[in-house]
Design a protein around this ligand. Structure first.
Ligand SMILES: [Zn+2]
Length: 307
């Protein structure tokens, strides 16, 4: 990377490179063997009595610039009554604030994702705080730790610093947080038991063990599950979904990433939360309508959504 770039331009260039790497990884995900299977998209299924919330999405980005309104109406047809979308940089946080101002059923969190960690100033913190006063802004997020994409110890240190600072901001503002944790379980638990012990919120796209989930439940956290629940290599997730107390579970897409089967490898969107919900309801032996009602109630509780 060019040495003469200013820090802002360098951060933007690094962010672009990471997005390209993630897009490439998404394209390499195996498509499901679709032979002999008829695929009915969720918006063509009966949504009578189904009321779901996609509690973790990223719908502000260019992936949706071509069809954002159509995508939201497909979600509505699939029974998705609200979407909670999250900023991952200062720029995307500004965009989610704009989105919520013009959409009744879109709620949002503002925050800086660990992959985009930078030396956060008081002015940045003030901007985040000011955005939380806007319509339908319900959380600080997406924040957290990502040691999968970040191997550099200095930058991991910066992630921790920024995470702790945004946790403090959420406490000051009395808002829940939405947390990303990838291959950083140990440091995450340490922070949540110390600086974060008075925070509340969601560990989204949970990838830990049932043991870790139990610890988080004891500390009062909610847990979000995504499309990987539907994959053949879902590992510990089905067990966790089966054992979770009904009042702490959330379903989400993390779109445009992590499409559930049979859309794996393609762009994800909020309507597909119904597929993950169907899978989770099956595992728990519940009807989709009951599971949706309970997880929507949970979403309304933690994010204080007025639906
Ligand atoms: Zn996310």
């Amino acid at each position: 990377m060019a040495e003469n770039l200013d820090p802002g331009a360098r951060a933007a260039a690094e962010q672009k490179a990471r997005k390209a790497a993630r897009d490439a990884a998404r394209q390499q995900e195996p498509a499901e063997d679709r032979k002999g299977k008829e695929i009915v998209p969720p918006w063509e299924k009966d949504a009578t009595g189904i009321s779901l919330v996609d509690t973790h999405a990223h719908i502000d980005g260019e992936d949706f610039d071509g069809d954002r309104e159509e995508m939201l109406s497909r979600a509505e047809k699939a029974g998705v009554v609200a979407v909670v979308t999250f900023g991952d940089t200062m720029e995307s946080s500004a965009r989610v604030v704009k989105l919520t101002s013009s959409h009744e059923n879109v709620f949002a969190g503002v925050g800086v994702h660990p992959e985009n960690a930078f030396p956060f100033t008081q002015a940045d913190e003030d901007r985040l705080a000011a955005w939380t006063k806007e319509k339908n802004i319900v959380a600080i997020g997406e924040i957290g730790l990502d040691y999968y994409w970040e191997k550099d110890e200095e930058k991991r240190k910066l992630q921790r610093k920024m995470f702790v600072r945004q946790l403090a901001l959420a406490r000051d503002l009395d808002l829940p947080v939405c947390i990303h944790d990838r291959e950083a379980h140990g440091d995450l638990m340490t922070i949540l038991k110390t600086e974060g012990r008075k925070n509340r919120g969601v560990i989204h796209c949970f990838s830990g063990s049932w043991e870790m989930a139990k610890e988080l439940l004891k500390l009062g956290w909610y847990i979000g599950v995504d499309g990987p629940l539907t994959y053949k290599n879902a590992a510990k997730l089905p067990e966790i979904v089966q054992n979770m107390p009904a009042d702490r579970l959330l379903v989400e897409t993390d779109c445009p990433y992590l499409s559930p089967l049979p859309y794996r490898g393609k762009r994800n969107e909020p309507a597909y939360v119904r597929i993950t919900a169907e899978c989770a309801a099956n595992i728990r032996g519940e009807s989709l309508a009951d599971f949706a009602a309970q997880t929507t109630k949970n979403a309304c509780e933690i994010y204080e959504l007025n639906l």
